[in-house]
Design a protein around this ligand. Structure first.
Ligand SMILES: C[S@@+](CC[C@H](N)C(=O)[O-])C[C@H]1O[C@@H](n2cnc3c(N)ncnc32)[C@H](O)[C@@H]1O
Length: 186
């Protein structure tokens, strides 16, 4: 399976690099394609195959967009049908702005699937999709909805999204808490 991230933010922000590095570790750089990268490709070039072109121009066969608004959920059997899973490189927002459908799904002639009805970061969505196509159904994956991370003495950040729990620990990208700690605002 190849994993495609369509970069849909106006810049290659530091948080994008942190998430894309995590995705490269999850799926392997040989399986990761990042498309629509107009600026800042030097920040991510070692993470996978990088394209300036949008995925919408690639005319891929056997492709599926992961979209929270899709009617059907992704199932392990879908691994037999699809060769490409496509995700939006979009920052989570609360309440969700539902950008995936107008900016990605509606521009590609491909099937679409959801990963449940809760919004996840792009790297968490890739983590969950990979588990599913590797044979673990969505209902068997453990989640935590909304997390609070301590970033400094007496200071925490609440992230109102869905995260995966592995052995009771929240799965987060390397350097993510440090990144939040160094920011004035998230
Ligand atoms: C942070 S989410 C973007 C959510 C955003 N509020 C939106 O506008 O759609 C980034 C990407 O992760 C994937 N994703 C996140 N949660 C998902 C879910 N529940 N089902 C399917 N895909 C999901 C989608 O590919 C989405 O474009």
């Amino acid at each position: 399976m190849k994993y495609i991230i369509e970069h849909l933010e106006p810049e290659m922000f530091d948080w994008c690099v942190i998430e894309y590095r995590h995705i490269s570790q999850i799926v392997g750089k040989e399986n990761l394609i990042i498309t629509n990268v107009k600026k800042g490709n030097e920040k991510i070039e070692e993470l996978g195959e990088i394209h300036k072109e949008s995925v919408s121009g690639m005319k891929l066969q056997k492709a599926c967009v992961l979209d929270p608004e899709a009617m059907l959920a992704l199932h392990p059997e879908d691994s037999e049908e699809f060769e490409y899973l496509i995700f939006g490189g979009i920052l989570g927002d609360h309440p969700p702005r539902k950008r995936t459908k107008p900016e990605l799904t509606s521009k590609i002639d491909a099937d679409s699937r959801n990963l449940g009805d809760r919004q996840m970061s792009t790297d968490t969505a890739v983590y969950v999709a990979k588990k599913i196509v590797d044979g673990i159904p969505l209902r068997k994956i453990k989640f935590k909805d909304g997390i609070e991370l301590d970033v400094a003495e007496g200071e925490s950040v609440i992230l109102p999204y869905r995260y995966v729990l592995e052995n009771g620990k929240i799965v987060l990208p390397e350097g993510f808490v440090e990144f939040l700690r160094d920011r004035d605002e998230f």
